[in-house]
Ligand binder design. Structure first.
Ligand SMILES: Cc1cc2nc3c(=O)[nH]c(=O)nc-3n(C[C@H](O)[C@H](O)[C@H](O)COP(=O)(O)O)c2cc1C
Length: 248
């Protein structure tokens, strides 16, 4: 082993845990730094709650692997098996994305600058195929529209491989409220929050022995037509495709 490769060798044991803790602390510091003086969000820019049929989710599944075991081996996977995702696994993925945002940016949420998590479910046990909004307080999915299945599902995504995932998490944010509160910094902040939520979902999936990737190549018209996402009051920011690994 040359001195160069020794320097690049991934940390192990305690060093690895310390690296993870430092990365998480950096994420929190970024959230704190965003706490500069902010304008209150006008009431008309806050979203009113909406109704729809609910599907209760099971309690989130517990991780099957340690964070330090999966983090450094994490890689984007875009080929998925045709098997279904357990409802409890989806529940854990959605809960972790929401928890990341709730713990990282409580002030933003209290001020009315919320992230909304959507789930395009194709193969999830106990959940009919469809597009849903995740309701973290109720641990439930609120149906917002149907979704085509099979080859027609490819029309919903920019890259057809994402239509073969068992489920997609789509993270949207209230850009109008973010800009009203922070000016243009609000957009950057929303993207940071969506990135943190998407990566929390990814790490949770890995710890459940699932695979996937984050991506931002969403088709704006799909969410506009199906989820009333006008790109301003509700703007699609980031996504995570989840599934079981395809057999090779
Ligand atoms: C902001 C952002 C946007 C991304 N958009 C896409 C995308 O549209 N399509 C895609 O296949 N991957 C997308 N990715 C995933 C990256 O391509 C992926 O993380 C990259 O291939 C690195 O993979 P690796 O960690 O396995 O090396 C995106 C990642 C980020 C952070």
């Amino acid at each position: 082993m040359t001195p160069d490769t020794e320097t690049l060798a991934p940390p192990t044991g305690e060093d690895r845990l310390q690296l993870l803790q430092r990365l998480l602390t950096d994420t929190r510091l970024d959230a704190d730094a965003a706490g500069r003086p902010a304008t209150p969000v006008p009431a008309e820019l806050r979203r009113a709650p909406e109704g729809g049929p609910l599907t209760a989710l099971p309690a989130p599944a517990s991780p099957r692997s340690g964070l330090d075991e999966v983090l450094l081996e994490r890689t984007a996977v875009r080929d998925y098996a045709g098997t279904s995702l357990a409802g409890a696994d989806l529940s854990a993925i959605l809960a972790s994305a929401d928890r990341m945002d709730a713990e990282g940016w409580p002030g933003e949420r209290a001020a009315g600058v919320d992230l909304e998590l959507y789930c395009a479910a194709w193969r999830v046990t106990g959940v009919d195929t469809g597009l849903y909004r995740y309701l973290p307080q109720k641990s439930a999915l609120c149906r917002v529209s149907s979704l085509p299945d099979g080859p027609q599902a490819e029309e919903l995504v920019m890259q057809r491989e994402f239509a073969t995932a068992a489920a997609l998490l789509v993270i949207t944010g209230n850009l109008a409220a973010a800009l009203a509160r922070h000016g243009s910094h609000g957009h950057r902040l929303l993207l940071t929050r969506a990135g943190a939520a998407g990566h929390a979902a990814w790490l949770t999936a890995l710890r459940l022995d699932l695979v996937g990737t984050v991506f931002a190549g969403l088709l704006p018209h799909v969410l506009r037509e199906r989820a009333d996402a006008d790109g301003y009051h509700r703007a699609a920011l980031f996504a995570f495709a989840a599934g079981s690994p395809a057999r090779t």
